[in-house]
Design a binder for this molecule. Structure first.
Ligand SMILES: NC(=O)c1ccc[n+]([C@@H]2O[C@H](COP(=O)([O-])OP(=O)(O)OC[C@H]3O[C@@H](n4cnc5c(N)ncnc54)[C@H](O)[C@@H]3O)[C@@H](O)[C@H]2O)c1
Ligand SMILES: N[C@H](CO)Cc1c[nH]c[nH+]1
Ligand SMILES: [Zn+2]
Length: 426
């Protein structure tokens, strides 16, 4: 993997920023996606089926996966898979239960009650990627927080496969408790969820990760529906020094590189020797991977190791990049938690290998990418609820505040506002 030495912070950030721009704003992708969305709005299921044929090479009669197929997949699945999914489910549930919000009611001022009511969304659409790999784990990550939030209707979409949706995906859907699944992927799936078609119901919010077409489509339908975040091609940033093991760090970097040709494996280290050892390990290990074509492309396109002066500079660089995953491969890693300002999910210490979080730890693996961890958070229970505010006033309490209200209303030139309150007393 490419090693960048003697770069100023600005040079390093310029390179990463440029990459971010390319990823997020590719004009051709934007144009393709808006054409797909317009076609789905106009032609509904017919457009979905045509795109499935074009992009996924699958001819479909029905978009909905029959319940019998979901039940059969669960029944016939390997026991090890069921056990692994159940272990992951339990850990994801126990983590996300702690995120549940209860709202509040206050009665601090005499005659006034104020509050906030946490209300689950009525219908959400969950995108489960399935282009170059099947992601049963992403089903659990998507569905569990939605269920804990109390969402009424959960619809899942995932790209069609030549031999039908994979058994592991359907078994995970069964374990997660979802039974409305549509086999449609990419931008067309996002359009279907946002606008509805004859088969696919319109929802209030779309969540879940996907490739660049999915990410751009979510951006384009935002406003018609809500979205969780831009969760695009995977990223891993590592801060490491000589105390880490180059073989393990290289393996962790490749774990994310194998997701996508556009995935970003990135490392910052104060040690040139360590940088070279990791780079050599990556070149060696990548050749042994079944998905070596994808992983090598990711390393070549987006990967880099930056050698910096010290650990403080390493944190400055990583905070500016705001990676989806951040591994701290340093002794006593917990002590650095306060230095981390921007990252989706942080893995502290030599044993917290990123795939622990992808599968079983419990925190969500649907995370912001492309620098958006500066302002987006991981998917969680709060994504599936909205807040409704309420107030009630006694007549005396209203009288007490009448003057303030009418003064502000008249300063804003809004006479009807003032008179609405005065009408209670005249
Ligand atoms: N950030 C996260 O939390 C997170 C989690 C899991 C996975 N991921 C990412 O999700 C992504 C999954 O990507 P994927 O491709 O495997 O599956 P995907 O389901 O996201 O995309 C597949 C779909 O892309 C569409 N498509 C493919 N080529 C197209 C083209 N030329 N024009 C228009 N549409 C086209 C097709 O409709 C296809 O069904 C990866 O980038 C992975 O890194 C991210
Ligand atoms: N690392 C991915 C998020 O970027 C999530 C995932 C699913 N399966 C394996 N990994
Ligand atoms: Zn992963």
């Amino acid at each position: 993997m490419k090693i960048l030495k003697n770069q100023t912070l600005d040079q390093l950030l310029e390179q990463v920023d440029r990459q971010t721009d390319q990823q997020a704003n590719q004009p051709e992708v934007e144009a393709t996606v808006s054409e797909i969305i317009a076609n789905v709005i106009k032609n509904g299921d017919k457009a979905l089926k045509e795109y499935s044929q074009k992009f996924d090479k699958v001819e479909l009669d029905d978009l909905r996966v029959p319940q019998a197929d979901i039940d059969a997949a669960y029944k016939n699945a390997d026991q090890d898979l069921i056990d692994a999914l159940n272990l992951a489910k339990n850990n994801i549930v126990s983590y996300h239960q702690k995120e549940i919000q209860n709202g509040f009611v206050d009665a601090e001022q005499k005659g006034v009650v104020r509050g906030e009511k946490i209300t689950p969304l009525a219908a959400v659409g969950l995108y489960v990627p399935g282009g170059t790999a099947a992601y049963p784990s992403s089903i659990l990550m998507n569905v569990i927080p939605a269920k804990l939030a109390g969402v009424g209707k959960i619809v899942m979409v995932t790209p069609p496969q030549k031999d039908g949706i994979g058994q592991a995906v359907l078994a995970a859907a069964k374990i997660a408790g979802i039974d409305e699944i549509y086999q449609v992927g990419g931008a067309q799936a996002i359009a279907a969820l946002a606008y509805g078609t004859e088969s696919v119901p319109r929802v209030d919010k779309i969540t879940g990760p996907g490739n660049i077409f999915v990410a751009v489509a979510k951006k384009q339908v935002f406003g018609q529906v809500d979205i969780d975040m831009i969760a695009g091609p995977s990223e891993i940033g590592v801060i490491a020094d000589d105390s880490a093991n180059p073989k393990e760090v290289a393996a962790d970097l490749l774990s994310q590189a194998e997701h996508d040709k556009m995935a970003r494996p990135m490392m910052v280290t104060p040690s040139e020797k360590f940088a070279e050892a990791v780079s050599d390990e990556i070149d060696r290990q990548v050749q042994t991977l079944p998905r070596k074509e994808i992983a090598s492309a990711s390393v070549a396109n987006k990967g880099f190791i930056a050698v910096v002066d010290d650990l403080d500079e390493a944190f400055t660089v990583m905070n500016a990049i705001a990676p989806e995953h951040l591994e701290i491969e340093l002794e006593d890693a917990m002590q650095y938690l306060n230095q981390i300002k921007n990252a989706g999910s942080v893995f502290l210490g030599f044993n917290a290998s990123e795939p622990v979080g992808d599968y079983v730890a419990g925190p969500n693996h649907i995370l912001p990418t492309g620098g958006t961890a500066r302002f987006f958070s991981p998917l969680g229970v709060s994504d599936f609820v909205k807040r409704i505010q309420f107030v009630t006033y006694s007549r005396d309490a209203l009288k007490n505040e009448e003057k303030a209200i009418t003064t502000l209303a008249r300063v804003e030139g809004l006479e009807a506002h003032a008179r609405a309150v005065e009408s209670r007393f005249n």
